[in-house]
Design a protein around this ligand. Structure first.
Ligand SMILES: C[S@@+](CC[C@H](N)C(=O)[O-])C[C@H]1O[C@@H](n2cnc3c(N)ncnc32)[C@H](O)[C@@H]1O
Length: 244
């Protein structure tokens, strides 16, 4: 059931499992659900933290990912946060739906789109992706630094969920930490993961092998690029474009 309010919608969950979160009613785009694990403070600093920690690599990774979206196509941004990378596709004529369960993150996304005069050209859903039932499929689903929030089992289930939201031959675009076994690389991945797991519901896990996970679901890799810390540093971020 979808209740759009001020360009933001909440999905009321039915038949939820224990760890799923039915969202409360929304007022002016803000949920009354107190279990927003990001909250206003983290939502405010998140983008700056991501920029500083990756020395720009996360932004570059996300820009490369959305460059694969076609004007006129319909795209779902899963766990979109403040939706930094949504502005350009919306401007370019991509029909964007945004799903995130954090009211604070969505509030920033909405303000960002408002500043650009684009708030009526994207639809936001404040919900857990596991409850999201839009009654349609998308040409592409973008998951930027979203799968990394989950442990391996849940990550695989989320990927399957996104697969179900894609039309045949639709694209799954993932940006995330790149797989690796070097000590420093694992340390670099684990540090924010431990911090976020204390502050949010993020799980503790090893670096996900995104390509291998997608392969188990039958996705076909069509494009891939690594992104270096500060352009010249180690290539510890990746973007993958898969076809369903
Ligand atoms: C690490 S942040 C990434 C945000 C954004 N994609 C980016 O790259 O800046 C993860 C986001 O996923 C959202 N999230 C976590 N679990 C979710 C779920 N089950 N359903 C929907 N959103 C979720 C969080 O609220 C948060 O905004």
């Amino acid at each position: 059931m979808i209740h759009p309010i001020d360009g933001v919608a909440s999905l009321a969950a039915e038949g939820s499992a224990d760890d799923l979160r039915p969202m409360g009613p929304i007022t002016a785009g803000m949920s009354s659900d107190t279990r927003d694990d990001y909250g206003p403070l983290l939502a405010t600093v998140y983008d700056s933290l991501a920029w500083a920690y990756s020395a720009g690599a996360i932004g570059a990774c996300k820009r490369w990912g959305v460059a694969h979206l076609q004007p006129g196509s319909s795209v779902l941004f899963a766990g979109a946060g403040s939706a930094t990378e949504v502005v350009d596709p919306v401007r370019g004529g991509v029909h964007c739906d945004i799903v995130d369960r954090s009211a604070a993150m969505l509030s920033r996304a909405r303000k960002r789109l408002q500043r650009c005069g684009l708030e009526h050209q994207a639809t936001m859903y404040e919900t857990d992706l596991r409850f999201f039932e839009p009654g349609r499929t998308y040409d592409a689903v973008v998951a930027h630094f979203f799968l990394n929030v989950f442990d391996m089992t849940t990550m695989l289930a989320m990927m399957e969920r996104m697969q179900g939201l894609l039309r045949p031959k639709g694209l799954l675009i993932v940006g995330d930490f790149a797989m690796g076994h070097q000590f420093l690389q694992m340390l670099y991945h684990d540090l924010p993961m431990h911090l976020f797991s204390r502050w949010t519901d993020s799980a503790l896990h090893e670096i996900h092998d995104v390509a291998a996970a997608a392969q188990t679901h039958g996705f076909r890799l069509t494009a891939h690029r690594f992104f270096r810390w500060g352009r010249l540093g180690p290539p510890w971020f990746g973007s993958w474009v898969f076809e369903r």
